[in-house]
Write a protein that binds this ligand. Sequence first.
Ligand code: ARG
Length: 290
Amino acid sequence: MALFLMTDPAHYEVCYQINPWMRPTTWREDRDACLAGAKAASGALRAALKAIGAQVETVEAARGLPDLVFPANAAVVLDGRVLLARFRHPERQGEEAIFRSAFCKLKTRGVIDEIVDLPEDLFHEGAGDAIWDQGRQLFWAGYGPRSSKGALAVLKDVFGREVVPLELASERYYHLDTCFCPLTGGEVLYYPPAFTEAALAEIRARVPEELRIEATDADAEAFCVNAVNVGRTIVMAKAPPALRARLEARGYDVREVDLAPFILSGGAAYCMTLRLDRTSQPAAASIAAE
Ligand code: ARG
């Protein structure tokens, strides 16, 4: 069964700007309504995950750390091993201690086995920039705006799996999970303008054309590439109908959740969660286990 980490949104807000999507002014104009909307949206995402049989662990909210609601950035997790993140921006660095203590508690309970630190001179923003591809048994690893290229060698050392480097070309698509989503059927939903030519060549070398689903500007701007895929279900923010139809034509069950209050901070379904039960078992076995 899939197991996710989410954060209580009680202290969520948009009060600084570290990516071009963040709208502190919009938030300030109607703080109470925005927070109420965020709580509802987070609850709806949690309900959508539970409806597909997933379990959710919760990190408590912390005042002054609004982006704690994006636990995908907390760590990379595979086979019970947790590689803790180091954030590029000072605004988010206070989250490191909170997530560390959350993982320590999960370790005490036997939910995870091991916690590993990143060397001090490197930045890495967790599963937002290191996406496990179950079918291909590799990490797709974004770098540039947030994560250091040097952290990719650490990923390889810590997890012992292939790491495919994908340089991100734009500040708007600053984490890999905003523009790249491998699906259980072997397809990859991705937004080509977010990548350098070298990164596109890496993707095209590994994913045959019939499995490449190119997101449009509208799909990417709606944060629909930032999706959670469990088995044949994909949970995502409100989707352009054409994207929904393309995914349904490939046999996916698309569940939309209104995540507008989190898009105001540059995040949506994938980054509001962190999958804790990922294992490097062959795809067939793990899809059955989902
Ligand atoms: N405001 C957050 C930031 O800029 C949003 C993070 C979204 N996370 C993600 N993995 N895309 O860091």
